[in-house]
Every structure is written in structure tokens, then in C-alpha cells.
Write a protein that binds this ligand. Structure first.
Ligand SMILES: Cc1cc2nc3c(=O)[nH]c(=O)nc-3n(C[C@H](O)[C@H](O)[C@H](O)COP(=O)(O)O)c2cc1C
Length: 328
């Protein structure tokens, strides 16, 4: 996250994320906006929001006027997230012309709080409003924090949707790549032996199951791979599904490096294809079929042997980054 300290409408603000993204304005009560809230800021930025934090207000009677000025000067109609103790200052700033100033309002209330008085409700007429309750600390409850952030993002998506990105056939492969990156995958290391009996392998997330009967799997190999001819010739190969602790291994097998196997433990089973010791799952395969498909080969294998470790979490890959499971 990058922080910059500009002023908007005469108020100090801090901001994070891409200024081109839709704005979420966080207002007031720094103690509510610290700790877990910092993590919410990160979730908002990751979800494509530009987060602007307005400095705390101390009940000064001009605070509503200052906020209203900020709302009129902010570049686009923001979604507002405000702590419940700040509501008496926030609500008058939205009186009458609220819908023109803000796309929606999320009120963050302490547990058991959050009843909006009829007077305040009247000031907020026409502004879609949601109250979310937030425990003072969620440090010991990461799943709950995830769920609260998901609810907040869900409301924002409905009330202030981000513009979807589009790919048009024949142009802009980068956007297509980004669209494909929305499909979360595991990560594997695909291995075989070269003609001299030396192990070769590379990181691949294009692995997929194909058929149970007969037992078939596939992966896609770039024609630009230095190993393309070796896999084309190989009668056998293995797929090693990586667990969360094997991110460094994924890095090694994705970089060009003389001997990718020198620091990993591996063994062989029936065909000689390298099986990485301790992988989450390994599949030994005979090459069944190779389909030429654009700039990749689709390599289909018939599984002859498999082993898996049921108690470890997978290494995941999503939107160009390594990830881990959040929910068990
Ligand atoms: C997470 C991840 C997934 C990848 N998936 C594939 C894949 O499915 N197919 C592929 O050909 N390359 C894939 N790559 C790229 C190769 O691992 C990388 O280009 C590697 O250096 C190829 O080595 P080689 O040319 O020696 O075969 C992936 C890389 C990463 C980091």
C-alpha cells in the first residue's frame, strides 16, 4: 500500500490504492480505523477501491460543514464508511442532497450498538445505508474478519459497482490474461526424464483432471518451454501438486536455472519420472495423447499411480499471486 497525505476540501486525508478506482471514504474515530480496520483497508484496495481516510473529528460544530465541503470536492461520488460515534457529524453533511454526494453509507457500530435514530435516518433519506457491527478486535477471529470484509465488499459492489473489464477477440492479450487469472488454481511441478535420464521439470498451474474411467489428467505446456521436445518424446511424466510450504519450490521450477532439482528431495516410482518428496499429491502417468493447441501443447496423461497427503493445505495461485486457503 502506498500512503500520501494530501488535503481535500480543507481536510487532511490519507489515501491508499489506485486513484482511478472508485472511492471509499472512511470517516473518523481513528481507534475504530486502526488494527483490524487497517486490514479492511487492504481488503478494499485489493478489491479495486481507492480508500481515502478523513482525519478524526472531535465533535466540533463545524465538522459537518467541513465534511460536506470534502464530499463536494472529492473527484467522484464516494461510498462512505463511518464509525457510529461519527454519525451525528456525518448525517447532517448528507442532509437533503445526500444521494448526489455519496453512493452509499456503511455505518460501523460496536457490538450491540448501531440503532440509527429516526432523526438521523431522516437526514440520510435516499442514501442506501447499511449498519455493520464490528467487534473491537478480531485478531483472534480471522474467519469472522474475512466474513465482515466480504459483507462490506458485497454491499459496496451492489451500491457502487466497479466497471467490469472486457476483452475483445483479436486484441489485448493482457486483459485476456487478467480475465483468465480470475480462475484460482493450485500449483504443480510437472516432471519427466530427458533422453540422458536426467530429471527435468517446470512449474505449471494448467493441471486439470479429465476422466475417472479411464483415469486421465492433463496439463498445458508452452511451446516456448525449453523442455517442449523432452515432454513431446517422453512416454511418462509426473504431476506433483504443491502444498503451502512449497512456494520456494514453485519459484525454483519457474525460473531458468541449471539444476532445478539440486535442492529438492525426490524419488522415483515405476517409470523413473521424478516424484517430489512431501508433495501434497503426486500422479505418475503414461503419456496418452498430445494435442497441438495454439501456443501450447495439451498433454494428456493416464494415471498409473498416485499418492496424496490428506492433512496439508494447498499452495494456490490467483490473479498472478500465490495465495493460501482462508477457510478450513
Ligand atoms: C504459478 C505458475 C504457473 C505456471 N504454469 C505454467 C503452465 O501451466 N504451463 C507452462 O508451460 N508454463 C507455466 N508456467 C511458466 C513456467 O513455469 C516457466 O516458464 C518455466 O521457466 C518454464 O521452464 P522451461 O522453459 O525450462 O520448461 C507457470 C509459472 C508459474 C509461476
Amino acid at each position: 500500500m502506498t500512503a500520501s497525505p494530501p488535503r481535500i476540501g480543507g481536510l487532511d486525508v490519507e489515501s491508499w490504492g489506485d486513484p482511478e478506482d472508485p472511492i471509499v471514504l472512511l470517516v473518523g474515530a481513528p481507534e475504530r480505523l486502526s488494527g483490524d480496520w487497517r486490514r479492511s483497508v487492504r481488503a478494499l484496495v485489493d478489491a479495486g477501491r481507492h480508500v481515502v481516510l478523513a482525519a478524526a473529528f472531535d465533535g466540533d460544530e463545524d465538522a459537518s460543514v467541513a465534511l460536506r465541503r470534502l464530499l463536494t470536492e472529492i473527484p467522484s461520488r464516494p461510498a462512505i464508511v463511518c464509525a457510529d460515534e461519527t454519525l451525528p457529524v456525518m448525517a447532517p453533511a448528507l442532509a437533503v442532497t445526500g444521494p448526489a454526494l455519496a453512493s452509499c453509507l456503511v455505518i460501523v457500530a460496536g457490538e450491540g450498538q448501531g440503532v440509527v435514530s429516526p432523526e438521523v435516518e431522516a437526514l440520510l433519506t435516499g442514501v442506501p445505508t447499511q449498519v455493520v457491527s464490528r467487534a473491537d478486535t478480531l485478531e483472534d477471529a480471522p474467519d469472522r474478519l474475512e466474513a465482515e470484509n466480504a459483507a462490506l465488499l458485497g454491499f459496496l459492489e451492489r451500491q457502487a459497482p466497479r466497471e467490469a473489464l472486457h476483452y475483445q477477440a483479436g486484441s489485448d492479450p493482457r486483459t485476456l490474461r487478467d480475465a483468465l487469472g480470475c480462475f484460482a488454481t493450485g500449483v504443480t511441478v510437472v516432471t519427466t526424464l530427458d533422453e540422458a535420464g536426467q530429471p527435468v521439470g517446470l512449474t505449471a498451474n494448467s493441471f486439470s483432471s479429465v476422466s475417472l474411467d479411464p483415469p486421465l489428467i492433463l496439463f498445458c505446456l508452452a511451446r516456448s518451454s525449453t523442455n517442449v521436445e523432452r515432454f513431446r518424446q517422453a512416454e511418462h511424466f509426473a504431476i506433483n501438486v504443491l502444498h503451502i510450504g512449497q512456494q520456494p519450490t514453485s519459484g525454483v521450477f519457474a525460473r531458468s536455472q541449471a539444476d532445478r532439482f539440486q535442492d529438492v528431495a525426490w524419488e522415483t516410482w515405476d517409470t523413473g519420472a521424478p516424484i517430489l518428496s512431501g508433495a501434497l499429491a503426486s500422479f505418475e502417468c503414461g503419456t496418452e495423447q498430445i494435442v497441438e493447441a495454439g501456443d501450447h501443447l495439451v498433454i494428456i496423461g493416464r494415471v498409473t499411480r498416485a499418492r496424496f497427503e490428506p492433512r496439508r493445505d494447498p499452495l494456490l495461485y490467483f490473479r498472478g499471486k500465490y495465495r493460501r486457503l482462508h477457510f478450513s
